[in-house]
Write a protein that binds this ligand. Structure first.
Ligand code: KG4
Ligand code: ZN
Length: 343
């Protein structure tokens, strides 16, 4: 079957066409219109502006997605209905419902967080995954550990009590005046840090607590205090900025890795899966892969392009959930949508 996937949960208008046959998937098209340039000057996503952009971009992105393709061949229309920014979610929902109405096709509403997890199967063979799998979703809005006993069944193991990991990257980048989104910039600057000695220390919040929850707001505050006490000349120096980027990235990865590995051991996970925008981080990917494989578990991570928001993961999740409906009236955006029960 051929599924259209639509994601407008944040600052990307993302549409894709996926052909799915048993556990074989073929991407027919994948189009993303990013609003990053627009939001840069606000240092983060400005919801009213994002909503307007989705509304403006959806028809053009859809046209590109179905270029050289007869839309009547689409078997179902899937879209994110939560979690995310509600005004943005509504744009995707309304577009999908209109389209489904015109084409007389069923719809499949999708949870964005589940889609970040299942993005692991865009390129990895789903039929060979060993369960249970521990899934770490690290994005701009979420830092959550789930235990997946089977596809579609997730138990909440731990989550952030304040800021998400991606949010911490973004806020530190804002403090250092580096632009938005912070993750890719911090990662680039961290790789440029060549210092043998560290000139200060950053905290690893909650790392020694006997639970699987996270907290990143204290780390951001520590960066702010350190930055404020430096003389202007140091603050603006390349060395200082590179070291701060390096240390922030190390602190975030240390906490993510420590909590994930102890949860994996406790719940006897056979596989660990990463997902969400922060999973595109090079250092995180390398350290995770090494540490997981050293412990004789299998590490899954989507390729970088499928870590950040995209329509392919939405269509794939829709296919795997199989929850087709023609009852359009019940659909509404849910900014805080859950996928799990607390373990
Ligand atoms: O999953 P995503 O595209 O959108 C949400 O659902 O939130 O994640 C966006 C987040 C941003 O906070 C961004 O800074 C972070 O992912 N990110 C990264 C990298 N690329 C994107 N963080 C660290 N390293 C990266 N290379
Ligand atoms: Zn996302």
């Amino acid at each position: 079957m051929i599924i259209l996937g639509i994601d407008t949960s944040c600052d990307e208008t993302a549409l894709a066409l996926l052909k799915a046959e048993k556990s074989k998937f073929e991407i027919l098209s994948n189009v993303i219109s990013s609003q990053i340039e627009l939001h840069k000057k606000y240092g983060g996503v400005f919801p009213a502006l994002a909503k307007r952009e989705h509304q403006k971009n959806l028809p053009t992105v859809f046209k590109k997605t179905i270029k050289n393709f007869d839309p009547s061949r689409i078997d179902a229309i899937s879209f994110t209905y939560g979690p995310g920014l509600e005004p943005c979610l509504w744009q995707g929902i309304n577009f999908a419902l209109d389209l489904a109405n015109n084409l007389k096709k069923p719809i499949i509403p999708v949870n964005h967080i589940e889609a970040h997890i299942l993005a692991n199967f865009i390129e990895n063979d789903i039929s060979s995954v060993q369960l249970p799998a521990l899934c770490l979703v690290v994005s701009g809005g979420h830092t959550t550990l789930f235990l997946m006993e089977k596809i579609g069944c997730y138990k909440l193991v731990g989550e952030t009590k304040d800021d998400a990991a991606g949010e911490c990257f973004d806020k530190v980048a804002r403090i250092l005046d580096l632009g938005y989104p912070g993750g890719p910039i911090i990662s680039k600057l961290a790789a440029e840090f060549k210092g043998e000695f560290l000139s200060f220390e950053l905290p690893r919040p909650m790392i020694h607590q006997k639970n699987y929850d996270f907290s990143f707001s204290g780390l951001k505050t520590a960066v702010l205090y350190n930055y404020k006490k430096q003389p202007l000349k140091i603050r603006k120096s390349k060395n200082y900025i590179r070291e701060m980027a390096f240390q922030t990235q190390q602190a975030i990865i240390d906490v993510l890795l420590h909590k994930t590995l102890s949860a994996a051991e406790n719940f006897k996970a056979k596989t660990i899966m990463l997902g969400g925008g922060v999973a595109a981080n090079k250092e995180l990917r390398e350290r995770f892969k090494k540490d997981i494989e050293d412990r004789k578990m299998t590490a899954y991570m989507p390729s970088k392009e499928f870590c950040t928001d995209n329509g392919v993961m939405i269509a794939l999740t829709a296919y795997l959930s199989g929850k087709k409906t023609t009852n359009f009236k019940k659909i509404k955006a849910d900014g805080n949508l859950n996928i799990s029960a607390k373990i």
